[in-house]
Design a protein. Structure first.
Length: 147
């Protein structure tokens, strides 16, 4: 009789241990999945920040180059398969991807679109833009226009 009881205790101990191990494995798998998703979001945001830094650098180069200096800049259609938004105003380049925001500052300047509107300029993914340094009314103006 005692031998049967010990076998039953062994079976219950095994089942409890197995369930604990199963829950630990599930917890670790969910944590790993969360970390991988977070890493992918960070990679997309890093790609957006690199793009914004490149654009801000080109705007600063055109500004420093003086009147008549111009450069072209092509935006990718997506970043790591994610859609993004990008806009520029007189203080910096701003972007959003997967609900996360970024900013790259530029030297303060007067920024206009191709119609001469002095406001935030929304840039469309997959488009090539020309950045020009112009002299208007005795002041330096940076114009961003789609090609």
């Amino acid at each position: 009789m005692m031998e049967e009881c010990e076998k039953g205790v062994f079976t219950v101990d095994f089942l409890v241990s197995f369930l604990w191990l199963f829950f630990i494995i599930l917890f670790l798998a969910s944590m790993a999945s969360y970390r991988m998703d977070y890493a992918n979001e960070e990679r997309s945001l890093t790609g957006l920040r690199v793009l914004m830094d490149e654009l801000a650098g080109d705007i600063n180069i055109v500004l420093a180059g003086g009147p008549g200096h111009e450069m072209t800049f092509t935006l990718p259609s997506n970043i790591d398969g994610s859609r993004y938004q990008l806009w520029v105003n007189s203080s910096g380049v701003y972007g959003i991807i997967n609900g996360r925001h970024g900013k790259s500052p530029i030297y303060p300047c007067i920024l206009t679109d191709s119609h001469g509107n002095n406001r935030a300029i929304t840039l469309k993914p997959g488009t090539t833009y020309k950045i020009k340094n112009l002299r208007e009314n005795n002041r330096t103006v940076i114009m961003i226009e789609a090609e």
